[in-house]
Design a protein around this ligand. Structure first.
Ligand code: XBP
Ligand code: MG
Length: 249
């Protein structure tokens, strides 16, 4: 393909942020607000079916504490909880405890060296993206991405294709010139919906999900000295994802 741009999801794709990142931050926000809500690892896996933190909190309340929905200032309560959650999450990222997944930095550097364009298309809050990138790659990395489509920039979150369509429109690029990188079924539904070929790197929460239509499904992007596992597709003799592999898709 005439590959011109790579578009990355963030949570679960650039880094394993959900179980030991977002989940902890949600729980800290609940505790701080005096709520006895607690999302354990298994429950959080179920709640991940709903993309977006505010949407996830509302879904939880609807199912477990429906009476709260009737409060006049319910939306404001959720917004405040989510604001506090974002503070906890970005503080956690600042500790450097959440690294990038294998191969992410290498592929970004290779893409930059080759003059490919880079973008982000994520459901997460913009501050979370800038915190992750700056604490893993350095402040400079924020300028590597010409479009950072994040959070509420489009009202319909993944699996709707809107966030990818918005990104393509900003880049003035057709989907045939781009590849998307995703980790989840909601994510690939969104990218495929926008007409993008998609490479999936799974994680513990998403391993059993459906990735029909993916160009490749892999354990991770791999490194030359520590290859990745291919679950679907063909790395053409390579043990990791590089631009040669991607251009052949
Ligand atoms: C990621 C999400 C996000 C994060 C939380 O989905 O669903 O909601 O879990 O971020 P994807 P916020 O990787 O498919 O974009 O709390 O900032 O919404
Ligand atoms: Mg994701």
């Amino acid at each position: 393909m005439d590959l011109q741009a790579l578009i990355f999801d963030v949570d679960g794709t650039l880094a394993d942020t959900e179980r030991d990142g977002h989940r902890l931050a949600f729980n800290q926000a609940f505790l701080q607000a005096g709520l006895n809500w607690y999302w354990d690892v298994a429950m959080y896996g179920e709640l991940l079916a709903v993309a977006g933190g505010k949407e996830r909190i509302k879904f939880y309340v609807k199912h477990y504490y429906p009476a709260y929905q009737k409060l006049a200032d319910f939306d404001a309560i959720v917004a405040k909880l989510h604001y506090e959650k974002t503070q906890h999450y970005t503080q956690l990222l600042a500790t450097g405890k959440i690294p990038l997944r294998p191969g992410v930095k290498r592929l970004l550097l290779e893409a930059r060296a080759a003059g490919l364009r880079l973008a982000i298309a994520t459901t997460t809050t913009p501050e979370n993206v800038t915190a992750l990138l700056s604490h893993t790659l350095g402040e400079d990395a924020l300028s590597w991405f010409e479009v950072m489509a994040a959070g509420d920039v489009v009202p319909a979150k993944k699996p709707a294709p809107d966030i990818y369509q918005w990104t393509l429109q900003k880049m003035q690029l057709g989907p045939e010139h781009c590849l998307a990188f995703e980790d989840s079924e909601n994510g690939i539904k969104s990218s495929l919906g926008a007409g993008l070929k998609t490479v999936v790197t799974i994680n513990d929460y998403t391993a059993a999900q459906c990735f029909d239509g993916a160009a490749m499904v892999l354990s991770d992007l791999g490194e030359p000295d520590y290859g990745c596992q291919v679950l679907q597709g063909n790395l053409r003799g390579s043990n990791h994802v590089n631009l040669k592999v991607l251009t052949a898709l």
